[in-house]
Design a binder for this molecule. Structure first.
Ligand SMILES: Nc1ncnc2c1ncn2[C@@H]1O[C@H](COP(=O)(O)OP(=O)(O)OP(=O)(O)O)[C@@H](O)[C@H]1O
Ligand SMILES: [Mg+2]
Length: 270
């Protein structure tokens, strides 16, 4: 829509940007290194953050950064997951057929993981995204994956990722058995002003536009609106770019951003 006006080769501020073009804050780097450690040492980690803070993006980056020759990453994100569909989902990702019974599916998955470990020398990393939506039965089933073997080493790495309700849930006494087994905790919080500024600049750079488009005061307005939440920053920037291109503005200042955000806030409250 606005790409031609700004001479952009790629659309910035969208969900599907390649994982290597994602902006890495210090916090992102720290979380990624904890999750890589989880994968390498076959541990159990939880990744927690408010909606839109970049959990799925971080998991996408982790998947792309783990060498395929050493890791097999199985990603599941489905709030209606039942234990049987959970196992079948993963079996399908491993190229195996679904099984009708939960126990058969579970055993088939264990077998596949063992084959990968012993014959291909690859480590399995199971990622369950949107885990705050899952019922207790399903969270426990995921956790059981860690100790189907009798020895001390986990057969796989498990990462549960979800919004803050997941953390609140895990701290309830009914979930203690799961929480006690968590080895690594990672939290994603919104960006500060400096990171928001860098984030916006990195997205403009990724688009192929050569100079900054947003003025400093425009970025301040975007930060005030978004509180540093990447999804809200994206929304504010995309809407401002649409407006800026319609108004033929090469530089977008806070006056334009405020007009756009005024509409956004009214639109959001409807
Ligand atoms: N580090 C980053 N670099 C570039 N874009 C990012 C980054 N982090 C998040 N985003 C963008 O912000 C938006 C929200 O990110 P994402 O979907 O990963 O959040 P989430 O925490 O998984 O949200 P939810 O809880 O709703 O699932 C996406 O459009 C994503 O591309
Ligand atoms: Mg997500």
């Amino acid at each position: 829509m606005y790409e031609a006006f700004y001479g952009m080769r790629h659309t910035p501020f969208v969900r599907g940007i390649p994982s290597n073009a994602l902006y890495k804050t210090r916090q992102n780097a720290e979380v990624l290194s904890r999750l890589s450690y989880t994968a390498k040492n076959q541990l159990f980690a939880v990744l927690i953050g408010e909606p839109g803070t970049g959990k799925t993006s971080t998991l996408r980056r982790l998947k792309d950064e783990l060498p395929e020759s050493e890791y097999m990453v199985l990603y599941v994100s489905d709030s209606r997951l039942t234990p049987r569909s959970f196992y079948n989902y993963m079996l399908n990702q491993l190229g195996c057929k679904s099984e009708f019974l939960r126990n058969t599916a579970r055993n088939a998955l264990h077998k596949q993981i063992e084959i990968m470990r012993s014959m291909q020398n690859r480590k399995a990393v199971v990622i369950v995204d949107e885990a705050h939506l899952l019922p207790k039965e399903m969270l426990e089933e995921a956790r059981f994956l860690l100790n189907y073997r009798m020895d001390s080493e986990n057969p796989l790495a498990l990462i549960l990722s979800g919004q803050t309700e997941l953390w609140d849930k895990l701290r309830l006494s009914a979930y203690r058995a799961i929480l006690e087994r968590v080895d690594i905790e990672c939290f994603l919080t919104p960006m500060d002003f400096a990171d928001t500024k860098q984030y916006i600049q990195s997205q403009i750079q990724y688009s192929g536009h050569e100079s900054p488009i947003f003025t400093d005061d425009a970025i301040r307005s975007i930060f005030d609106f978004s509180g540093g939440n990447p999804r809200l920053i994206n929304r504010a920037c995309s809407q401002s770019l649409i407006y800026g291109s319609q108004m033929k503005q090469n530089c977008i200042d806070s006056k334009s951003v405020d007009i756009v955000l005024e509409n956004e806030v009214t639109g959001m409250s409807q």
